[in-house]
Design a protein around this ligand. Structure first.
Ligand SMILES: NC(=O)c1ccc[n+]([C@@H]2O[C@H](COP(=O)([O-])OP(=O)(O)OC[C@H]3O[C@@H](n4cnc5c(N)ncnc54)[C@H](OP(=O)(O)O)[C@@H]3O)[C@@H](O)[C@H]2O)c1
Length: 343
């Protein structure tokens, strides 16, 4: 099979198309015939080996394992399944992410895949995986875990105010849509050329970062999702409500250990504050995937009780709520990506 590999760290010039033996799905894995993939900042970091911290897990001199195809996002059709796989069968159309998507065939852990929604073109589905899961998990990390609900006779709860910095990017375009579907009031920060795009995705307010500095003004956001990685935490903290959350997913620029210093800074600040400051790495786990109900307990439960105590968001940790990819009625195409419906 054809496979795109990198024999050393570098730019696109180090990529080679090679003939490789087809992989075999081991226990718990699914072999997917790849129809479409895409390029994420994650792939850039893995190809360049930067920040150098990446090389601890990916190999000191060249990406390992040797001969492993590059690429993360995948959309394709199940070719075979390993022992113990129960959710997929041969011929199923799937999307998700794993390691080695720039190849004709790729193995993915069962937890890294979901079934394709009806009518979604493979080329669109191939751009969903990493960006969508990062948006979903980032918002959940900040306490936005379920649609607003209120009973008969109850006052409609305040809509949480969410700021998304980097709203026009891969992660941001999903984050805007998911936050809106969860009932938030969304302010999106982007450059001039993308203002119309984020407005179309549903943002209530749009801010052009080339003309307006978002960190000026009163504390007004319950949740800030920072995807651009170029603002100081103390500046963002100024516009966060007293019990709000700052969730940083965009890594600050730096060759060596930039993500670690940023994580440490956020963790320390969080420790001494009523507010939450967190950086996070998207996880490939079913709990975070669409269609998978949140279990009660764990982080969701903690978020809920914290939200209740602080009256911050009238949000509920759902018992059965999840994104539904399989309902055509709730799947809408957008300029860049696909928005899944929320049940
Ligand atoms: N932690 C994780 O697990 C995880 C997973 C995926 C991605 N990430 C990280 O999350 C970040 C975003 O990923 P992505 O895939 O969305 O990247 P992307 O598609 O390249 O989007 C980045 C966006 O940032 C915007 N931007 C640039 N400078 C900005 C500024 N000064 N203020 C506001 N926005 C600005 C750009 O908007 P304009 O085009 O309008 O200039 C661009 O659309 C990256 O740093 C990536 O490494 C982390």
């Amino acid at each position: 099979m054809k496979s795109i590999v990198a024999t050393t760290y570098g730019g696109p010039e180090v990529l080679r198309s090679v003939d490789a033996p087809p992989p075999v799905a081991a226990e718990g894995q699914v072999l997917v015939r790849v129809a479409a993939s895409s390029v994420n900042p994650l792939d850039w970091h893995e190809l360049r080996g930067r920040p150098y911290l990446v090389r601890i897990s990916r190999g000191l001199r060249a990406p390992k394992p040797r001969g492993q195809a590059m690429g993360s996002d995948v959309a394709g059709v199940v070719e075979s399944v390993g022992a113990g796989v129960s959710r997929f069968a041969v011929g199923d159309a799937v999307l998700g992410f794993g390691l080695g998507a720039w190849s004709e065939l790729m193995v993915v852990g069962e937890a890294g895949l979901v079934r394709m929604p009806t009518g979604l073109p493979m080329t669109d589905a191939g751009g969903v995986g990493v960006a969508a899961i990062t948006a979903l998990q980032g918002l959940r990390r900040g306490g936005l875990v379920a649609p607003l609900t209120w009973g008969p006779g109850e006052v409609e709860p305040m809509r949480p105010r969410v700021l998304i910095i980097g709203a026009a990017g891969g992660v941001g375009t999903f984050a805007v849509q998911i936050a809106k579907l969860l009932g938030a009031h969304v302010t999106a920060v982007t450059s001039t050329r993308n203002l119309a795009l984020v407005a179309r995705l549903g943002a209530d307010d749009v801010i052009d970062y080339t003309t307006t500095e978002v960190t000026e003004g009163l504390p007004r956001f319950d949740l800030i999702l920072e995807l651009a990685g170029n603002r100081r935490v103390r500046d963002l903290a100024r516009i966060l409500t007293p019990t709000g959350s700052l969730v940083a997913s965009g890594a600050p620029r730096g060759q060596w250990i930039a993500p670690l210093t940023s994580m440490a800074r956020l963790a320390i600040r969080s420790r001494f504050s009523r507010r939450t400051f967190a950086s996070f790495l998207a996880k490939r786990r079913r709990r975070g995937l669409p269609g998978r109900p949140h279990r009660r307990g764990g982080r969701a439960q903690r978020e809920r009780s914290r939200a209740r105590q602080s009256h911050r968001h009238a949000l509920r940790a759902p018992r059965t709520v999840g994104l539904r990819w399989d309902d055509p009625a709730t799947v809408g195409r957008t300029g860049q990506h696909v928005v899944p419906g929320i049940s």
